[in-house]
Design a protein around this ligand. Structure first.
Ligand code: MN
Length: 365
């Protein structure tokens, strides 16, 4: 006879909640580019020098100074640089699969030399496939797509699909003359749709994040990382890219999700009220395109879960942001119970599993 579990373990608040994470990160080894690129390119690839309080990131001809938090390293999860330990962290936290974005790889989009950018992106993708994705099946990365030359972008998307990547990565911030709604990207969207690879954008990338030092600066700047994600969706919808490619799906990671149906309504208003100025015309209302093709992930966005049913917006994913400071490591179960206890099973299952498995159907074994 099986021994009965203590009564409290049958109560839902004690159950372990298992989730997929649509927003995690890889931590690259320091020699990723120096070990894979010829010296003349490796010397100009992203490189970080860390002091007590500051980190200096060198990329090509640029130097970026970043302030470090004293507690940053102390709070790293045990497995942040070791895959075997990382998988144990995932088991402990209740995370089944992770879409793992770059960390140092985020700097690739600041490179303006197409040859260097292309080589640096390809080396990152080779590393992610060989050292991460080929050795386990729970953590997978999107391929970094070089953006200075659209032919390079299309070629790398094709190579990524052949290698077995399940998503493509893009920064939210982009120069005005290369905005995401422009027709220059049409060959890339055509290729991504044909390859069935979702476009994944991570907030806080491609533009300056510390923009304000006045009252409330920390909160203001956190918000400033969010707006570019909204701009990505706005350009891809209003510019017609998603309408022309109805099978193309977009994920905006880490920026919350409650705003997505709201900007769908806002775009509908513009589309109707300013109809005489609207170019291109779309075959569907912006809000319909958003509901069908735009996905968003959050860590703590309680309102995102609350609005799903009322706004008929179901493309919501949860994310642990592992191993970042803003992430849920160490309190994932507490976070999941806070957000999902009492939420009806259909919604909970959609956010914790269903949206992720719809976006990356071959990633979950
Ligand atoms: Mn993240």
């Amino acid at each position: 006879m099986t021994k009965a579990l203590p009564a409290e373990l049958h109560e839902p608040e004690h159950e372990k909640i298992w989730a997929h994470s649509g927003d995690s990160h890889l931590m690259e080894p320091e020699d990723l580019w120096t070990s894979r690129l010829p010296k003349r390119l490796a010397d100009r690839a992203p490189r970080s020098e860390r002091g007590e309080k500051y980190e200096i990131v060198y990329i090509d001809d640029k130097q970026i100074d970043r302030q470090l938090n004293d507690f940053m390293d102390a709070m790293r999860p045990p497995g942040f640089k070791d895959l075997t330990i990382r998988l144990q962290d995932l088991d402990q936290e209740g995370v089944r699969s992770q879409l793992a974005f770059p960390s140092m790889g985020f700097w690739v989009c600041t490179i303006r030399d197409p040859e260097l950018e292309n080589a640096v992106a390809k080396a990152w993708n080779d590393w992610a496939m060989e050292e991460v994705m080929s050795v386990q099946d729970r953590i997978f990365a999107p391929a970094i797509i070089p953006l200075m030359d659209v032919d390079n972008a299309v070629a790398e998307a094709e190579r990524a699909a052949e290698m077995g990547f399940k998503a493509l990565y893009f920064p939210c911030g982009i120069d005005d003359d290369r905005a995401w709604g422009l027709d220059i990207w049409e060959p890339l969207w055509t290729k991504a749709e044909e390859l069935d690879l979702p476009l994944t954008f991570h907030i806080g990338t491609g533009s300056e994040n510390v923009v304000y030092r006045g009252p409330g600066g920390a909160v203001v700047n956190y918000m400033e990382t969010t707006y570019p994600g909204m701009r990505v969706v706005t350009h891809l919808v209003a510019g017609g890219a998603l309408d022309r490619h109805p099978d193309l799906k977009v994920l905006v990671a880490e920026g919350g999700a409650g705003w997505v149906p709201a900007i769908g309504d806002r775009m509908d208003e513009a589309y109707r009220q300013h109809g005489m100025f609207v170019r291109p015309r779309l075959s569907r209302l912006p809000s319909e395109i958003v509901r069908q093709q735009v996905f968003a992930s959050f860590q703590h966005d309680i309102s995102a879960v609350q609005v799903i049913k009322d706004t008929d917006y179901y493309n919501v994913l949860w994310g642990d942001d592992y191993p970042h400071l803003e992430g849920t490591y160490g309190h994932t179960q507490e976070t999941l119970h806070t957000v999902f206890d009492g939420v009806e099973p259909e919604i909970r299952d959609r956010v914790l599993r269903g949206s992720f498995e719809e976006l990356f159907p071959t990633a979950v074994s």
